[in-house]
Design a protein around this ligand. Sequence first.
Ligand code: HEM
Length: 415
Amino acid sequence: MAYDAGDTTDHDLTDHDFTDHAPVRDWVNDWDWLDDQWGSNAIDIWNDVREQCPMASTERYGRAFMPVTMDAVSQVAHDTENFSSIWVNVSRPDAPRRPAPPITSDPPDHAEHRKLLLGPFSPKKIQQMEDEMRAYCRDLIADLDGLDQVDAAERYTQHIPVHGICQITGIPEGDADLFRDWIHRNFQLAPRDNTVRMQVMTEMSAYIDGILKDRLENPNGDMLTDIANAEIDGEPVDWELKLGYVRLLIIAGIDTTWSALGSGLWHFAQHPDQVARLVEVDNDDLLWQTASEEVLRYYAPVTMARKVIADTEVAGCPVHTGDQMLLTFPAANHDPEAFENPEEFQIDRARNRHVAFGLGVHRCLGSNLARLEMLVGMQEWIRAFPNFSLDPDGVTTWANGQVRGPRNIPVLLNR
Ligand code: HEM
């Protein structure tokens, strides 16, 4: 299978200044998802922008747009004729890009890559992981014995998704620090810095190349063995694409759920009334489901992007070939046209058609796993520490950019 190794922008950016990292003062005309305010204030920022217009713009990464309404986000996500996934984050347009299918593929190729990875993420397969996942969470909690004050991100939320993805794929869990370092550099630094992006891709590819080659020689039936031997229409998949599959699973499977689960614990640490309602009911009560879905709606961590590949219009605004388009799923989740009282966190919200997992052909492939990790992670923590609260002397820091969530959550356990 051939692959498209990415391309460069269609704009002339010879004299463009990509070094403008000044704090944003005008979010409508000069937004920046790596600005220091984004991590902890993004919801307010999107709401402010929406009151002024449906779509913001910036020139900091070349021309890039940020739609903030459900209508506009949905239009872009469903339109694969005018918007391509060849660029899935807003970065310098001359950034080196490598394929990581299916997320970087467009139809018709997209479907066959997605099909190759789907099996282990089916509802049935994921459900079978529940008991083991609970045992894992309880072990993490047992390790907190004797402590009254902890960082719930460092000791709990950051580990659960690594465990999940490693259980499914066969990726070595002992290398978790390496994965978190790649993810940090990839999302927080690379959009502005091509050297960092190249370094991360090279390091990840070398690591994955070693594991996949090992599976060719020593097949053990895990998902990595299947990927190492993957074929489409009887033809071996290009090796570069196989590296891309695994890069994507590591990048997409870890800090996404880490952020969602972390946001949930950060939220509940400040809402003892809601925790009291959860503790009252069984784990299979609908309230746990609605609570988890409301965390996903309210704190949706993932913002994607597209490259404009044909001149068209979004929310009445012309966009041109080569422009970048943020797919602000989290902002759409706060659109009052789509949700009743979106600024209220309603633990029992009955109608909740949030788009935290995206829309259209690229809708999240790992959503069953993410939902299991969130539910089990929140249940085990809240049952163990029903009186936990945010530590008033601690500071929560939020990751900004593509995957937004609390990177440390200082809490008092109040056993
Ligand atoms: C709460 C956690 C998660 C959230 C909010 C989330 C969100 C998303 C979103 C918004 C997309 C759409 C991308 C687009 O339109 O370009 C997506 C795609 C994807 N996600 Fe997730 N994700 C989560 C967890 C996971 C996990 C645990 C995995 C496991 C590996 C995963 C794997 C993927 C993959 C492979 C795709 C690409 C699907 C395709 O292109 O067909 N995600 N995710």
